[in-house]
Design a binder for this molecule. Structure first.
Ligand SMILES: Cc1cc2nc3c(=O)[nH]c(=O)nc-3n(C[C@H](O)[C@H](O)[C@H](O)COP(=O)(O)O)c2cc1C
Length: 238
């Protein structure tokens, strides 16, 4: 917990400046941080849904995981779902490609949530797009490179990955496998869904935009949320 980035540090050291180099960016990050980072004293687990379709099956799967995470210790854990659906996360900024005239950059608000001083865990959820992550997920993870430049601000936070596909074995494991190494580059502490299945993360099957019939997938989502919470609590105690 001692490596948390405080809001002051996050803002004053210019996190993400390389991505945009504008005063407007800083001011928006400051506003987002002021309003979005509660000093509740609880340990926070954030889930980021990387489907461009807001509120759909990836978000639903993550909500299941978050509910299981909070149930581990409701007194000590708070959770938040951040849905990137409908947001604009321009990936080209990482290589200084300018925004189009009038184009919005919604990443700073999301980054401010991940810079919350009490953040202990992160769930990344993606739909399976041709056996890999969504374009939105890649843009989000590329933009998160700014945390590395901030003295690896996500280092040691617990991370797990969830993937939802349109077919039972449609590449969920491959999509998860495309994300885990990126989280390793952030020095995050990776977990899977734990026992009894004990593999790479949450793997869900979307049937007609509904995951409620996928008992196996729901169990992996619950296991992943539980595991992130349990390991985060263990680490907070040391
Ligand atoms: C471009 C594209 C590629 C896809 N490729 C796969 C795939 O390889 N395997 C699979 O199981 N589902 C695939 N799907 C289906 C989505 O993974 C599935 O519908 C998912 O639940 C969508 O997530 P959402 O409901 O959160 O948007 C693909 C969908 C799109 C749009």
């Amino acid at each position: 917990m001692d490596r948390d980035v405080t809001r002051r540090h996050f803002l004053h050291t210019g996190a993400g400046v390389a991505a945009t180099a504008t005063g407007a960016w800083m001011s928006r990050a400051a506003q987002a941080s002021e309003s979005g980072v509660a000093e509740s004293g609880k340990l926070k687990i954030v889930a980021v849904s990387c489907s461009p379709r807001r509120g759909m099956t990836t978000a639903a799967g993550l909500q299941i995981a978050l509910t299981a995470a909070q149930a581990v210790d409701p007194e000590r854990i708070e959770v938040e779902l951040v849905d990137l659906g409908g947001l604009n996360i321009p990936g080209g900024l990482v290589v200084n490609q300018p925004l189009q005239p009038g184009e919005r950059d919604d990443f700073p608000e999301v980054a401010a949530k991940l810079a919350a001083p009490n953040l202990v865990g992160l769930l990344v959820g993606t739909p399976v797009y041709f056996a890999s992550m969504s374009y939105l997920c890649k843009a989000f993870l590329d933009r998160c490179g700014m945390f590395r430049r901030q003295n690896f601000a996500l280092s040691g936070k617990v991370a797990g990955v969830l993937a939802v596909g349109g077919v039972r074995s449609g590449g969920q494991e491959l999509a998860i496998g495309s994300i885990l190494p990126i989280l390793m580059c952030q020095e995050m502490a990776l977990v899977g869904e734990g026992r009894p299945t004990g593999h790479f993360g949450a793997r869900l099957w979307n049937q007609n935009d509904d995951i409620s019939a996928d008992e196996f997938g729901i169990a992996t989502a619950q296991g992943l949320g539980r595991r992130v919470a349990e390991v985060a609590l263990e680490r907070a105690a040391t």
